[in-house]
Design a protein around this ligand. Structure first.
Ligand code: PGA
Length: 263
């Protein structure tokens, strides 16, 4: 059975002065059997969140929101994967805000994925279409292209062994309060696994957790988690609110229990 995962993407919020306390508050409100919890604060808050959780709740994992595609070198202001070792165990790659703000291409994202895996970290690869692409009926084709572009040079076995997770995040749903339907997200999760099968994944991508992201709240999380092909959520805005996280993870716990993960 695939893991049930709730990952918090804090984006450019919190400071080293307050991130640890927020992480501890969220950890205390989300202690639910069988759910894998991940908190991804800004780089400068990683150490504080790691230290705070080490005492309060070591079961909550810490993730980074990005990583550079080179190992080291003259890249002012960037962070390489080996630098994250000891600070984080997960890394988000290919978030649509980075595709938009930093011009990240699928090829660059594929290289980042390799660095994450080489460093022994667990990647969350984000994919998702723009509104116009969905309206044109091209959502699946766009996501397939993103997967092919990022995954083509990687051995499926290596990515599977690293525990790669895919987050389907339709761009038009991120931060807009407008979420996809559970049925649309489930259909895309199935298309994602079919694409993995086409890329040579021997299990047809069956073991790869697929999360939904895009305006997830404690109110709509049930719509996604009642779909068997969806394994959790990547949560942005609501992940900064302990009440919201408590509701989201509580609902994820029901799915974990139904899957026999909660024992
Ligand atoms: P949102 O962000 O929940 O605020 O829509 C999700 C994400 O970008 O990961």
């Amino acid at each position: 059975m695939r893991d049930v995962i709730v990952a918090a993407n804090w984006k450019m919020h919190t400071t080293p002065a307050d991130a640890g306390d927020l992480a501890v508050t969220i950890a205390a409100r989300t202690r639910v059997a069988g759910v894998t919890r991940v908190i991804c604060p800004p780089f400068v808050c990683l150490a504080g969140v790691r230290d705070a959780l080490a005492t309060a709740d070591p079961e909550v994992a810490v993730g980074a929101q990005n990583v550079h595609h080179e190992l080291a070198g003259a890249h002012t202001g960037e962070i390489a994967a080996p630098m994250l070792v000891g600070l984080a165990t997960w890394v988000i790659v290919g978030h649509s805000e980075r595709r938009r703000d930093a011009g990240e291409t699928d090829a660059i994202i594929g290289r980042k994925l390799g660095r994450v895996v080489d460093a022994g970290l667990r990647p969350i690869l984000c994919v998702g279409e723009q509104l116009a692409e969905r309206e044109d009926g091209r959502a699946v084709a766009v996501v397939e292209d993103q997967l092919r572009g990022a995954l083509a040079d990687h051995e499926p076995e290596r990515l599977a062994a690293a525990g790669m997770v895919i987050a389907y995040e339709p761009v038009w749903a991120i931060g807009t309060g407008r979420n996809a339907t559970g049925a649309d997200a489930a259909a895309m999760a199935e298309a994602i696994r079919a694409a993995l099968a086409g890329l040579g994944w021997s299990d047809g991508g069956d073991g790869v957790p697929v999360l939904y992201g895009g305006s997830v709240t404690s109110v709509n999380i049930g719509e996604f988690l009642s779909e068997a092909s969806i394994d959790g959520a990547l949560v942005g805005g609501a992940s900064l609110k302990p009440d919201e996280m408590a509701g989201i993870v509580a609902r994820a716990g029901l799915t974990a229990a139904a899957r026999g993960l909660a024992a």
